[in-house]
Structure formats: C-alpha cells, structure tokens
Design a protein around this ligand. Structure first.
Ligand code: NAP
Length: 516
C-alpha cells in the first residue's frame, strides 16, 4: 500500500551530525570531479569526441565533468530508440509498475540525499539549504507523480445507459522531448522527466548544458530503480542544434520545456509547424520566466515585508523564476521598508557556497554575470543604487545582492527578467495603484502581498494576475503537492507542476462506448 503523500523535510544544518554528513558528501563528490560521462541511448553508453565541460560556477578551475555531446545523428538515433520502446512495450506497461519505478527512485535519492545535494552545490553553485531544497523537491516530484498516476490509471467514471457501456481513460502520447533549465538542475529536470515517463511516454532528456552531470546521475538512479532501457534517453547537447532538431522532428509528439521566455516562445512557434510525415499536432508544455513582485501595504508587518523581500530576492542569487525582482511599497511606509531592506541586504553576501558561510553563491556563468552587470549599469540610470552593485569574476561569478530604490514602474529593471540578485523598489500611492503596477509586466508567475487588511487580501486574490500568489510570506518556495506551480501570460502555459492537473497534460483521453 502506498502511504499518503507528505513532502520531504528540509535538513537543519545547524545540527552537527547533519553538517558533518554534508561535509562528508562534499568530499565524496570532490573525489569524482573531472570524470567523463557518456550519453545513454537505449541503455547503451555512447562516448563522443566533442564534450560539454561542466564547471563549478564558484570556482571556474574546478571541472565537474566532461560530458559527451549529442549531435543531430545521435538525436535521430535516440528518437528511433524511444519510438521503438514506446511502441513495443512502454505504452502498454502497467501504470502501477511505472509508479513503482518512481517510488524506488525516490527512495534511492533519499538514501543518498546529501550526496546529490553536494553535487548541486558544486555544479549549480547552490548554497547548502538551496541544494537541500532542490533535492527534496526532486524526491517530492517522484513521490507525488507516482501517486497521481495511481489515481489516474483507471480513467474517470462517465455515465452509461441501459444497453450501452462507456469508459473514459487516459493513454500516453508518444515520444516526449524534455528540455530542462540549470537553475533547478535536479528538481525540474527530474520532475519533468518522470511526469512524462510515468504517464507511459518515452523520453528524450536534454538537460541544460551548464548542468548535465546531475542529469546523468539521475539516469543511474532510474536504471537502478528498474527503468527499462530506451524509456528515458539521455542526450545532452546544444539547445540550438539538438533542441531545434528534435522540436522540429515529425516524430516528436510533445515538448516539455522549462526555461527562458526567448527559448520558450521559439519552441512554441516551431512546434506549431506541421512537418512532412507528421501525423499529429504537437503538444507543448512551456514554463518560462517571471518578473515577480512583492506588494507591501501600509497596514502591514513591515519587518516581515523587508525579510520577505530580501529572502525572495537574493536566495540562490535571484536565479529562481519565482524570485522577487520588484517590490511595490505603499508610499506611507516606503521609507521604513527601504531602510530595513538596506540593513538586511548589507548582512547578506555572495561567496563560495561549499563552505556554507555565505547567504548566497555565484551566478551560473559568464553570460549570466555579464547580463546581470549590464542591468546594474542600466539600474544606475533608472533608480538610486542603495546597496551592492559590486561583483567579482576572478575566481567564480559572484555578484553581491543589489538594491535599487525609487524606481519608476515602467523602468527596464522593473520590466525585464534579470535573473540575478537585483531587486528594484517602487512606490505606490495606494493599494489599487500597487496592484496595477504589480500587473504591469508581460509575465504573471508569482507574487506576494504583505498586509493585515483583509479586504486588500481579497482584492489581490481577484486582481493580482499571477499563477502563484502568496499572502504574508515571500514569493518563492512552492512545495510539490501543496502549491502547484506555473504562471500566466508570458510566464508560460500554466501547467502547474506538482499539482493534480499536471500529469494529464502528458496524456490523451480516450472514450470507448460499447453497445449491447
Ligand atoms: P534557457 O536558456 O531558455 O535554457 C533552457 C533549456 O533550453 C536548456 O536546456 C537549453 O539548452 C535549451 N535550449 C536553448 N536553446 C534551445 C533551442 N533553440 N531549442 C530547444 N532548446 C533550447 O533557460 P535557462 O537559462 O536554462 O533557465 C533560466 C530561465 O528559466 C529563466 O528565464 C527562468 O525564469 C526560467 N525558469 C522558469 C521556470 C518555471 O517554472 N516557469 C522554472 C525555472 C526556470 P542549452 O543549455 O544547451 O542552451
């Protein structure tokens, strides 16, 4: 019997035993640095000359691994393998057997939890608590989607008439292309993969080129848990080559993408084109960026407001799609909140996450570093630089938490996704205007409202147009099964990962009606 779902608890690293366990795990991961990792197609390990080099963003000289790189030919081989696996056995496999693979995988990861988190610290530049949360979320996705599949396996009851017997159930789609980002390098990569696979599809997994090693390690987990060869195929490679080729491929049945608005819209457009030999309209599940706002009302716990802004803006260096990159504050309390945000931001700094001494770590790579620093320059002309703005890319890519004050609602740093530790503070004359400003971007992912005014909370519930809205807390940290996650407008297709509607998007409903 499967016990009720409960999310994986976070680790308290102030407990000496837990701290020591993480230090041991880091040593274990360090011993493996610089290894080579092949592709996995149909269970076969394939090594290529050309390699993706995964580096530690906190220490550019530390190589996490050399990962074989797929090209079009190998992508084609993976497609054929996945199609063959789908048609010959996986599409008819027992959903309960598929769910069991997820439950076993979750147990395997849980047993070696700190080892996975240590790899996230090294490959993703995550602070200990963020890495621990990423691993916990990966476990949650497996536990939750396994249970969801068991609920869906017999379909949904429909009515029958006296001489007629009707059934409605879900069947898989086919070969799915799963393209994941580097920021939740474990949770999103694993969650999107297992959702596609537990629903009876076969998968081509293309992880982000910045973080391919964790995806290889996850493939080993799935194999250990009994996943048959060919069901998930691991094909890291450049998005521009392998990604485009497989998005366009006439045999791709669906694409599950999480990443930037730019790439997401490109995939959406390309997947809409029907190519020769294609027998279906491709399904797309596309989750993109955000420009997430915390609104602070005048009747509010201002300490909670400042704490929420700082934590949501700078956790994992602001590299979360849900990160607070703007705070809209009632004019009556603006000065107080700004002062406290400055004080709290001065207490947090960026540094090597492996030592667990800093609030946050590096940003992911040189391109991200350059982009963030160019926005810092833009911000200097659009607002008042209150804290931070300094950075260091000599050893790793470090940007200190940065706050701009008195920024106009239409400024670029109020509108464009920076994806770094930069937050803009803006003033609103009343609550109505605050909500108006909060809705003034093309995104609609997360948002939070800090207020003690009940009618303002109810107003926000109706009018603050975001997929994940939080009251009297920060705007990051959705938990699988508790806060289904996904955004409106240019934040994506609102697929609500970790929610009850998520798996259905990987399947199609079939009605059978028999007359007597
Ligand atoms: P990205 O640059 O869009 O890359 C995401 C994935 O797309 C990577 O695997 C990338 O491969 C691949 N890709 C690139 N070009 C492609 C193409 N032409 N065709 C197919 N795939 C292609 O995003 P990122 O920098 O990894 O992630 C950060 C972004 O993700 C932010 O905008 C963030 O807000 C968003 N995000 C959204 C959510 C959400 O749930 N809404 C969650 C997390 C992150 P390469 O690495 O090889 O280029």
């Amino acid at each position: 019997m499967v016990v009720a779902y409960k999310h994986e608890p976070f680790t308290d690293f102030t407990v000496e035993e837990n701290k020591q366990a993480m230090l041991d795990a880091l040593k274990k991961v360090e011993a493996d640095l610089g290894k080579e990792y092949p592709l996995i197609i149909g269970g076969e390990r394939i090594t290529t000359e050309d390699k993706i080099v995964s580096v530690n963003p906190a220490n550019k000289d530390e190589i996490i691994g050399y990962v074989s790189k797929a090209n079009k030919e190998l992508a084609e081989k993976a497609m054929k393998t996945a199609e063959e696996a789908f048609e010959s056995f996986w599409r008819k496999s027992d959903p309960a057997v598929r769910a069991d693979i997820l439950f076993r995988s979750a147990a395997i990861v849980r047993k070696r939890k700190h080892e996975f988190s240590a790899l996230l610290i090294k490959e993703g530049g995550k602070p200990w608590n963020e890495a621990d949360a990423d691993t916990a979320e990966a476990i949650d996705f497996m536990e939750y989607y396994g249970r969801q599949m068991l609920k869906l396996k017999n379909g949904v009851e429909v009515e029958s008439r006296p001489i007629e017997f009707n059934q409605f159930h879900y069947i898989p789609l086919g070969v799915g292309l799963v393209i994941s980002p580097w920021n939740f390098l474990f949770a999103i990569m694993a969650g999107t993969t297992v959702a596609a696979m537990v629903t009876g599809n076969t998968v081509l997994l293309k992880p982000a080129s910045a973080t391919p090693v964790i995806a290889y390690k996850f493939m080993e987990v799935l194999e250990e848990a009994g996943m048959p060869a060919g069901v998930v195929n691991y094909i890291p490679g450049p998005g521009s080559e392998v990604g485009d080729y497989l998005v366009d491929h006439p045999r791709t049945r669906f694409v599950s993408f999480t990443g930037s608005r730019e790439v997401g819209t490109r995939i959406f457009e390309r997947a809409g084109v029907v190519h020769e030999g294609q027998k279906w309209l491709k399904r797309t599940i596309i989750e993109m960026g955000g420009k997430d706002t915390i609104v602070v009302d005048k009747e509010a716990d201002l300490e909670l407001a400042a704490q929420s802004i700082v934590k949501s803006a700078f956790g994992f260096s602001g590299q979360k799609c849900s990160a607070c990159s703007r705070a809209v504050i009632h004019a009556d309390v603006y000065d107080q909140v700004e002062k406290r945000v400055i004080e709290l931001t001065k207490e947090v700094s960026a540094g090597n996450p492996a030592t667990n001494e800093h609030f946050t770590g590096p940003v992911i790579d040189q391109a991200a570093y350059d982009k963030i620093m160019s926005y810092v320059e833009i911000g200097k002309n659009e607002g008042e630089l209150l804290v931070g703005g300094d950075s260091d890319d000599s050893k790793g890519w470090f940007v200190n938490p940065t706050v701009f004050g008195n920024v106009a609602p239409d400024a670029r740093i109020m509108q464009e996704e920076i994806f770094g530790p930069v937050v803009a503070l803006s003033k609103a004359k009343d609550f109505d205007e605050a909500i108006e400003i909060a809705n003034n971007t093309e995104y609609g992912l997360t948002g939070a409202v800090i207020t003690n005014n009940r009618s303002h909370l109810e107003q926000a519930r109706e009018d603050f147009h975001v997929g994940n809205l939080y009251f009297n807390r920060g705007c990051t940290g959705a938990i699988v099964g508790y806060q289904p996650f996904g955004g409106f407008n240019m934040s994506g297709t609102d697929s609500k990962a970790g929610g009850p509607d998520y798996l259905i998007q990987h399947m199609q409903g079939k009605t059978t009606s028999e007359m007597f």
